[in-house]
Design a protein around this ligand. Structure first.
Ligand code: MLT
Ligand code: MN
Ligand code: ZN
Length: 300
């Protein structure tokens, strides 16, 4: 299985349009910038599955030759798997409207959001249209393209978060966020993809155990990170993201989950791990965990 981190940043990207934090200021003048959260996977190197659809999808496709069209309107993008219904993981579907109907795998609670509170599927029905494919929890689903042809990857989703997105805050608790375990039955290569996790619990352990690669929630270093840069916003945990640092942070546990390699993704622009010389970055590296970059590739 080939894996490409298309976008390593959380919602807003780096730099974020309205942010004057030191990371965004530096990214504006010196680079590098980071696009918003998405990963591409492929068993054959020909047909690709997007894990989440980033608002920066257009730039991401342009930057990766394997995702370029092979002929007139012949895209190698064959399916999309959504881990949640957040805007930074779904807005990219709007950008796929010029193509053939898109096969979108989503957990039932997420599919429901996208037909009601954020009626993306209804809007897209007048364009390419979405083929709404259920992603049952805790079952290995063989992924297929829009024509039903096998893509050579099995996907198992486990619920990691019960918090609805902000636009549906009154929806109550539900299975609104999943982590994925993708397996290439030919090579045995296994990817665990958990871009949002509020805790390291039995579910995260089940996703990560024995995986060749764990791409894990690196949104915030500390719980009060947004307040710390003068932004009156919610805490990391209130947003459903376990901070990396501190005595209860993810970093202490990430190398003990049984994954061969651990790389942080969905990194917010305020996060000090983005600065190569920061003490926080040094702590991450000393723990044997990597900070994800746009364009990072893996062969599993
Ligand atoms: C999240 O990951 O918590 C959300 O995408 C936040 C947001 O962009 O509103
Ligand atoms: Mn997000
Ligand atoms: Zn910023």
């Amino acid at each position: 299985m080939r894996v490409v981190i298309l976008g390593s940043a959380a919602g807003g990207g780096l730099p974020q349009w309205n942010c004057g934090c030191s990371n965004c200021r530096e990214a504006r003048t010196q680079g590098p910038s980071r696009t918003q959260s998405s990963v591409a996977v492929s068993a054959d190197g020909e047909r690709w599955v997007l894990l989440n659809a980033s608002p920066d999808l257009r730039t991401q496709v342009a930057a990766h030759r394997p995702l370029w069209p092979r002929g007139s309107r012949a895209t190698p993008l064959s399916a999309v798997v959504l881990t949640d219904g957040e805007l930074d993981h779904t807005l990219g579907l709007v950008l796929l409207r010029e193509g053939p109907p898109v096969a979108v795998y989503a957990p039932a609670a997420v599919g429901a959001l996208l037909t009601t509170r954020w009626p993306l599927y209804a809007i897209l029905a007048s364009y390419a249209g979405v083929e709404d494919r259920p992603l049952p929890l805790d079952a290995a689903v063989p992924l297929t393209d829009g024509r039903g042809a096998a893509l050579g990857l099995e996907c198992r989703a486990l619920a990691v978060g019960r918090r609805p997105p902000r636009y549906a805050a009154d929806a109550g608790a539900g299975e609104f966020a999943v982590g994925l375990r993708l397996r290439d039955p030919r090579t045995g290569g296994t990817l665990a993809y958990v871009p949002a996790a509020g805790a390291i619990d039995a579910t995260v352990r089940a996703l990560a155990d024995g995986a060749d690669l764990l791409l894990f929630d690196g949104t915030f270093w500390s719980d009060d990170e947004l307040a710390g840069v003068g932004l009156a916003d919610r805490s990391a945990l209130e947003m459903g993201h376990l901070p990396i640092g501190g005595p209860a942070g993810s970093l202490r546990a990430l190398r003990s989950l049984g994954a061969r390699r651990v790389v942080l993704v969905h990194i917010n622009n305020t996060n000090p791990v983005l600065r190569p010389t920061s003490p926080e970055r040094a702590q991450v590296e000393a723990a044997g965990v990597e900070v994800g970059e746009d364009g990072m590739e893996f062969e599993l």
